[in-house]
Design a protein around this ligand. Structure first.
Ligand code: KG4
Ligand code: ZN
Length: 359
């Protein structure tokens, strides 16, 4: 197979989204995701239920992706899957499926680190789709091609998701250096747990984002933890939020309903200030001008806005992924696998997923 015609079939199943993408080189032909609604009623992801839903969804999702991409199984050059980090039961479904498929098609298998994939989402290209908000329109062989503006190496990425908060220096497509990370909760958890405290459904991040839009971000204040160097801590902020709500509800039982927008706006603003504070220090310390965000929380409208403002102030080139590549998706697994394919970085059929998997 020539390297200019690499077709990757990628599977992502690390948490509660079952996703399959088909890429031709670095271009996404299909990216189909089944979201699991079952967890909403429990206020968080139930691992056992997640694995069962992956089992149910994986075949239909793969079939839908192949159909949308109009690619035959015989064209697939390699199969990729998320090795970790994630929920073991969920990872096992994707890994087992990917192995069986690679074995049946007699093509190489590629394991992908989910956190690297969130970052490499910045290199995904797509044809004829207008969702790439930073895409520059150009024409290629009669099709509409939304070229993605990509960061230059080395660049920094703030990866913010439900399980991780990391500042990473990226030296090349496959070389990552961790500069700082959370020592306890991830920022996505800080969003989701606060949302639960004020009675919002899971996942709370998007709801807080929405309600915050008509609130006052400076009405209430919360504690700022002291953490070493470029690391983060969100567990104390979440606890201070809990006490703040409990104390106010004691004196006014209607406190939450009367102030929901201001509560969301102030709490969200506080989390973003904490996130961007360290990110700015890291950029200055490493003299880096290309800065990116990735992961589920990078869908947050206020974070996107504040990063752009900070970027203008510091003359940074800011990179924000299109919404569909912020939260978990298989296209980001596919793009990472594509760069591994170019280096012939394949794994054996005895590869085992890892719930904890270093960057
Ligand atoms: O990357 P992701 O889909 O899954 C993990 O790998 O964790 O991230 C999910 C997290 C959840 O905590 C969710 O609340 C958060 O991303 N999230 C948001 C927004 N959209 C998703 N948080 C704040 N604002 C949003 N708009
Ligand atoms: Zn993720």
């Amino acid at each position: 197979m020539k390297n200019d015609e690499v077709y990757i079939l990628a599977i992502e199943s690390s948490c509660d989204d079952t996703s399959c993408a088909i890429l031709k080189n670095d271009v996404v032909l299909a990216n189909i995701t089944a979201n699991q609604k079952i967890h909403e009623q429990y206020g968080g992801v139930i691992p056992e239920l997640a694995s069962r839903d992956h089992q149910k969804n994986i075949v239909p999702v793969v079939e839908a992706a192949l159909q949308k991409a109009a690619v035959k199984l015989s064209q697939i050059s390699a199969v990729a899957f998320t090795k970790g980090p994630g929920l073991m039961g969920s990872l096992l479904v994707g890994a087992s499926f990917a192995k069986s498929m690679a074995m049946a098609l007699q093509v190489p298998l590629i394991e992908v680190n989910h956190m690297q994939a969130h970052i490499l989402a910045h290199f995904i290209r797509q044809f004829g789709v207008e969702s790439s908000e930073l895409g520059v329109r150009s024409s290629e062989a009669g099709t509409t091609n939304y070229e993605v503006r990509t960061p230059h190496f080395p660049f920094l990425c703030l990866t913010v998701s439900g399980g991780h908060t990391q500042i990473v220096k990226i030296h090349s497509h496959l070389e990552f250096e961790l500069l700082g990370e959370t020592i306890d909760d991830a920022v996505g958890e800080a969003f989701d747990k606060a949302a639960k405290i004020i009675g919002l459904p899971y996942p709370g991040g998007p709801m807080i984002d929405k309600l915050a839009q008509s609130g006052n971000p400076n009405k209430f204040s919360f504690s700022t933890p002291q953490v070493n160097d470029l690391n983060y801590s969100f567990s104390g902020i979440k606890t201070s939020f809990l006490y703040f709500i409990q104390n106010n509800v004691k004196t006014n039982p209607e406190f939450i309903t009367e102030n929901i927008n201001d509560i969301c706006a102030s709490y969200q603003n506080h989390l973003i200030k904490v996130l961007l504070h360290n990110f700015e220090i890291a950029a200055k310390r490493h003299s880096i001008k290309d800065l990116a965000i990735s992961g589920g929380v990078s869908a947050n409208s206020e974070l996107r806005k504040q990063l752009k403002v900070l970027g203008e102030k510091n003359k940074w080139n800011v990179f924000i992924p299109p919404f569909e590549y912020c939260t978990d998706n298989a296209a980001m697994i596919g793009i990472t696998a594509y760069y591994k394919y170019l280096k012939q970085e394949f794994c054996g059929l005895n590869e085992v997923p890892q719930a904890r998997f270093e960057l």
